[in-house]
Design a protein around this ligand. Structure first.
Ligand SMILES: Cc1ncc(C[n+]2csc(CCOP(=O)(O)OP(=O)(O)O)c2C)c(N)n1
Length: 585
């Protein structure tokens, strides 16, 4: 851990400038989250200056903004292989460093995790140390944050929540909470110190030799906005908004929060992309970059990269926009991933039928069910990994009454450098547990279009169409039925679905499943004719289609040898090709 204790304010400013320059130089080469990290440089330097990691614990929400934290905790030298095979993760990983207090990747978990850590520290008699949750305003649209705040507000835990407010999720933050934060952000500070907090300060001063800290804390406190607001009503001491790029102000307010051994919330205003003008001007585009420095989150922009094939997300986005022209019942839903999932095309044409729910996947699923209950045709476009949050919503709210909602499951299968937290390896198993659920898994652009059509117009109940990340295969025609058999008179049969079809054509006879749930009736008979069968599944080995086929073969008394190739557990970060080769060669 770099020791910042002895550094003066000027030295800390110079350190921040060096870190920022390093990020601007490195991240476009390795790929990763640039804009979010440029916005949190000073905040992270101030946190490490005031607090003592790993005794004080810092939990980053999502964790995509923790690069400065990684650099300050001894991992700067490993950035050349950030997110690469064998390299460090792009997210906090306790298995990577004792300074990473909790795993990151999915949003909305930090306050709950931080509270759990704080309560454990209290039970172990060590709650003099602070637990800090760093949460972006985008993640404040995630209901999980409020469950945590609700629990924490009355707990008395030594917990600090930093609201890192840059007015952006990946694109502009949406919804009533964003409007509320925007109002708070623009509220002028007033100077009246509330008596109860004044008392806390007074008491603390009496008890500890911290006169210098207190006097600087009092100064910032006078300038801090302190008034009745949502957070205060939930039991938090609220300080802010403070300038998240002003190290002096940040250090002062964090010193103040350090003195208060109960739940506090510091509202920090930052600029996403700070210090790199292309990212400041278009932080959505610089939210996440791939290895070539290309945007991976913003379809509109990545489209400009001329020679690329369209991605599956774009194919879906353009197709649903076309279908939306003919059918006014179609409503499109996103959970804060409008561009990444290609929903922007539909939104441009039919803004009143497009709904961005914020980072709220489970709400979005039930919202879709509500629309369906009134005869609308809702389509919820969501990454496979984030759909995991919807299990009960799909089972209870949609499947029991057989409501017709369509899930467009993007990033299904291996996703590459984002690693374990983002792999789309579990949706098939999850849908497989839900009665009345239909699942299509197209292998190319043509099939994606026809599966989407079938999901909308030839299927009842909840239905998912799942497709991978990245450029679509456009060179082959699609199969129109539930499956396709590519025969080459081999005595061996390979079976697969989705993207792997394209890798396996020509190796042996190949059975490609297009509808993977429920399994088409006649495929078991086809499979049973072969002696040697291998099922290739770009998914977790348990609970997927391969196990179902094996069980049915057993039931039918078939005598074939059956091999199942699939992911045996979590798959670490590396590029997709490396991951595919490792699993299937
Ligand atoms: C459950 C979940 N849904 C969606 C995402 C995708 N995602 C990653 S970062 C992000 C925006 C987060 O915005 P904010 O918390 O404000 O952080 P910022 O990047 O603006 O600093 C989203 C939607 C996610 N990580 N987790």
């Amino acid at each position: 851990m770099d020791n910042l204790d002895g550094l003066s304010l000027d030295e800390l400013k110079r350190l921040s400038a060096r870190i920022r320059a390093f990020l601007i130089k490195t991240v476009p080469k390795t790929g990763g989250h640039l804009a979010s990290n440029l916005g949190t440089v000073e905040l992270t330097v101030a946190l490490h200056k005031v607090y003592d990691s790993p005794r004080d614990k810092i939990v980053f929400d999502v964790g995509h903004q923790a690069y400065t934290h990684k650099i300050l905790t001894g991992r700067g030298g490993k950035f050349a292989n950030l997110r690469g095979d064998g390299g460090i993760s792009g997210f906090p990983r306790p298995s990577e460093s004792e300074h990473d207090a909790f795993i990151g990747g999915h949003s909305g978990i930090s306050v709950s995790a931080a509270l759990g850590i704080a309560e454990a520290m209290r039970l172990n008699g060590g709650d003099s140390h602070k637990v800090i949750a760093v949460v972006g305003d985008g993640s404040f649209t995630d209901g999980g944050i409020y469950e945590g705040l609700n629990n924490a507000g009355k707990s008395g835990a030594n917990l600090l929540v930093i609201l890192n407010d840059n007015e952006m999720s990946i694109s502009k933050s949406t919804g009533a909470i964003s409007a509320y934060l925007s109002h708070m952000r623009s509220t002028k500070g007033y100077y009246k110190v509330k008596t109860d907090v004044k008392n806390v300060l007074e008491k603390t001063r009496a008890g500890e030799a911290v006169s210098e800290a207190v006097s600087s804390a009092k100064r910032v406190f006078k300038n801090a906005v302190y008034q009745s607001n949502l957070f205060e009503n939930l039991g938090f001491k609220y300080y802010g908004p403070v300038d998240g790029h002003d190290l002096k102000e940040l250090i002062e307010v964090l010193e103040l929060a350090k003195l208060i051994k109960q739940p506090c919330l510091v509202h920090v205003r930052t600029k996403k992309g700070k210090g790199y003008s292309p990212a400041e001007l278009n932080s959505g585009m610089y939210h996440g970059l791939d290895k070539k420095g290309d945007d991976v989150e913003n379809v509109e922009e990545s489209e400009k990269a001329a020679e690329k094939n369209p991605t599956y997300s774009e194919i879906f986005g353009r197709e649903i926009a076309e279908l939306g022209k003919k059918d006014k019942r179609i409503c499109l839903i996103s959970a804060a991933m409008k561009y990444a999932t290609g929903c922007n095309y539909f939104n441009d044409l039919f803004p009143s039928r497009f709904f961005d729910c914020g980072i709220a996947e489970s709400h979005a699923a039930t919202f879709a069910a509500g629309l369906a209950s009134m005869g609308m045709l809702p389509v919820f476009a969501v990454y496979s990994t984030f759909s995991q949050r919807c299990f009960d919503r799909l089972l209870h709210d949609a499947a029991i009454e057989n409501l017709h909602i369509v899930l467009a499951i993007d990033r299904a299968g291996l996703v590459g450098e984002d690693g374990e937290t983002h792999q789309g390896l579990f949706d098939v198993g999850m849908f497989g547990l839900i009665p009345n659920f239909t699942v299509f898994s197209p292998s190319n652009a043509d099939e994606l279009r026809s599966c989407l059509y079938r999901a909308l117009y030839e299927t009842s109940g909840p239905v998912a169409v799942r497709y991978p990340r990245g450029e679509a295969v456009t060179s082959r025609d699609g199969g129109k039925g539930d499956y396709r058999l590519f025969k080459m008179d081999a005595d061996r049969l390979n079976i697969t679905y989705g993207r792997l079809t394209n890798r396996l054509i020509g190796e042996a006879d190949l059975l490609q499943l297009i509808k993977i749930q429920p399994l088409p009736d006649d495929v078991i008979d086809i499979i049973a004719r072969y002696k040697d069968v291998t099922f290739y599944e770009e998914g977790y080995v348990h609970g997927g289609v391969g196990e179902k086929v094996a069980a049915k073969l057993l039931e039918s008394g078939a005598a074939c040898a059956f091999t199942h190739k699939a992911a045996a557990g979590f798959v670490r970060h590396a590029d997709v090709e490396t991951q595919l080769t490792r699993l299937f060669k």
